[in-house]
Ligand binder design. Structure first.
Ligand SMILES: [Zn+2]
Length: 425
């Protein structure tokens, strides 16, 4: 396993050459917020309470070049002086999150269909409103009607359908083991649904032309749910760009939202999850007490009981790492871990080919951090999935606010990795 390289590139470039539009987010402004990466090992034990008193927004945990854990936080302008005075060992990742949001680009229009009847590739030139994602899935499915169907696995807390596409090859519907993908479980990780849609687009347009695509789709039934946290995703577009959790309210607290990716039943309640409803990693009170996670567990069980699950990938950003099981423990490993590490290494090598983007790989608890109650561990232990993975996409340099002109490159590099994985696993 290689060590994650987190530091090499500058988060934010001051030369803005794209059109700058007003932010699409109405209620919460991040103007003048700075982003810092803190060396968590070098700090006193009260780091957490110190940061809480500064009202920082927790963005991501990682591992620095020196191997010690890091924490990325956004600090509001009124607390910048106090943060600087506290002398945390840190580097600045962004001088102004508000500018980053403008550079990310505004939501694009739905481009319609191209001359061949597929959704136009210019879809991947910008991020999009949730309703347009739904149109994209419907149009893509319609262009591949003999080999696909729209599916719905349940509903979100606010009643939105959790939906996606099921695709199959020459053996017909429901005939092969499953490849199961989830995107945007974390609302603010917008690149994940775009990349998952790029993979779908390549499968749909490649089947019949590309022998690798043909082999993959003839071997597996693909179940792809690009946005499994629709409430949070919509909220991240209308109110708060950095929203992570779902939008579930609960008795006895005014805090909103549960981290769906800490709510799965395997490892539930362990380290790397929180019992505090105000935490970004609040796990809920009981396993599966979010409607989104409950629906995904039910769906996984139905796939497991039918033809089984070969590969599950839960798509995230922004650590650039392929996460294998387990997240909830650093001391135990799936029986096929050697094969998994080898496949992940080759996949990472293929991802690096187009643009030299570096992805680390290995058991999540070792290469990133402990996380209990996550989807990949559930798939591995409770749904007998051969390869239960999480992939953290770009970008360690831009964070969640990846400029729109990196959507297509992100899709292209991941496609190279997936083409290798699907025919070699
Ligand atoms: Zn995530």
């Amino acid at each position: 396993m290689v060590r994650m390289k987190l530091f090499s590139i500058v988060w934010f470039t001051s030369i803005i050459s794209v059109n700058v539009h007003a932010s699409q987010n109405n209620d919460v402004s991040f103007n003048k917020f700075k982003v810092y990466r803190i060396d968590a090992n070098s700090q006193s034990t009260n780091l957490k309470s110190s940061l809480e008193s500064l009202s920082v927004i927790e963005l991501a945990h990682g591992i620095g070049d020196n191997g010690s854990p890091t924490l990325d936080v956004a600090v509001p302008p009124e607390h910048l002086a106090a943060f600087e005075a506290s002398n945390f060992s840190s580097i600045i990742l962004s001088e102004d999150l508000g500018v980053d949001i403008m550079v990310e680009g505004s939501l694009g229009k739905y481009p319609g269909l191209d001359n061949e009847g597929f959704p136009d590739l210019s879809w991947f030139d910008s991020y999009h409103a949730y309703d347009d994602h739904i149109r994209f899935w419907a149009d893509l499915q319609a262009s591949f009607a003999n080999n696909s169907e729209l599916i719905q696995v349940g509903s979100s807390f606010e009643g939105r359908p959790i939906q996606g596409i099921h695709l199959w090859g020459r053996n017909g519907k429901d005939s092969r083991p499953a490849v199961f993908f989830n995107g945007n479980v974390h609302a603010r990780e917008w690149i994940t649904s775009m990349v998952v849609e790029y993979l779908l687009y390549q499968i749909v347009t490649g089947y019949g032309n590309d022998t690798t695509v043909q082999a993959a789709l003839d071997d597996f039934d693909f179940y792809v749910l690009p946005v499994v946290n629709p409430d949070g995703f919509v909220y991240s577009q209308t109110d708060n760009r950095l929203w992570r959790k779902n939008r579930q309210t609960r008795d006895n607290t005014t805090e909103v939202g549960t981290d769906i990716n800490r709510n799965w039943s395997v490892g539930f309640g362990g380290g790397g999850s929180s019992s505090d409803p105000g935490s970004e990693s609040f796990r809920g009170y009981q396993p599966g007490d979010t409607p989104e996670c409950a629906a995904l567990m039910d769906f996984a069980q139905s796939l497991a009981a039918d033809k089984g699950i070969k590969l599950y990938i839960d798509w995230h950003s922004y650590a650039q790492v392929i996460l294998l099981s387990y997240g909830y423990t650093c001391d135990e490993f799936p029986a096929n871990i050697d094969q998994q590490v080898s496949l992940a290494g080759e996949t990472a090598a293929r991802i690096a080919q187009p643009y030299n983007t570096s992805f680390d790989y290995g058991p999540g608890c070792l290469v990133l951090y402990q996380s209990s109650g996550n989807g990949r561990d559930y798939m591995t232990d409770a749904a007998r999935t051969e390869f239960g993975w999480g992939v953290e996409l770009r970008s360690t340099s831009y964070g969640f606010l990846l400029p729109a002109n990196q959507i297509l490159p992100s899709g292209i590099e991941v496609w190279e990795g997936m083409k290798y994985l699907w025919v070699n696993m």
